[in-house]
Design a binder for this molecule. Structure first.
Ligand code: IMP
Ligand code: MG
Length: 173
């Protein structure tokens, strides 16, 4: 039997999302902003974030795999689905569920920067800075969490639990 405990409640997630959306709306006022959600985990945060942003935005998705079905990072980033649009000249904001080692976002930032966009920044709702393997600037940092494996609010364990509305810790699976 699995024992699931709430770590970050839906109310805390909502408050932080609104704070980040306010900053993004101010910072990108008058600019051509493209939000790129990192699938699959980032879909829920992206959908809440974009509805709280008050300036016009475009939305695209990229799908990457860095873990397989393991809970340990392999360090290998594989593009499963690339973005659809030409991002030349656009201000790209990558929207993530969680930054762990930082390997995925370092790879994606370099990939987008090579495509001559106007800027590439990073927004995450959760961050585990104690797990970082590479130095990474996090432009819009959500909630800092301890080094525990979490599920819910888009995050999975073996493709399950993404639909939980709170971020939870699994004590036994
Ligand atoms: P990174 O490349 O190590 O920074 O992590 C990339 C991705 O791995 C995150 O965006 C998550 O989608 C996933 N991930 C990292 N830690 C966890 C976790 O505790 N639970 C579920 N997924 C995780
Ligand atoms: Mg992710």
């Amino acid at each position: 039997m699995s024992k699931i405990k709430v770590l970050i409640s839906r109310d805390e997630l909502k408050a932080k999302t609104e704070e980040l959306a306010r900053r993004i709306s101010e910072d990108y006022e008058g600019k051509d902003l493209l939000l790129v959600g990192v699938l699959k985990g980032g879909f829920m945060f992206l959908s809440d974030l974009c509805r709280a942003i008050t300036i016009p935005v475009s939305i695209d998705f990229i799908s990457v795999s860095s873990y397989g079905n393991s809970t340990v990072s392999s360090g290998v980033v594989r593009i499963l689905k690339d973005i659809d649009y030409d991002i030349t000249g656009k201000h790209v904001l990558i929207v993530e569920d969680l930054i762990d080692t930082g390997l995925t976002l370092t790879y994606l930032k370099d990939l987008f920067a090579a495509k001559h966009c106007a800027s590439v920044k990073v927004c995450t709702i959760l961050d585990k800075p104690s797990r970082r393997k590479v130095q990474l600037e996090v432009d819009y940092q959500g909630i800092i969490i301890p080094d525990k494996f979490v599920i819910g609010y888009g995050l999975d364990y073996a493709e399950k639990y993404r639909n939980l509305p709170d971020v939870c810790i699994v004590e036994e699976i």
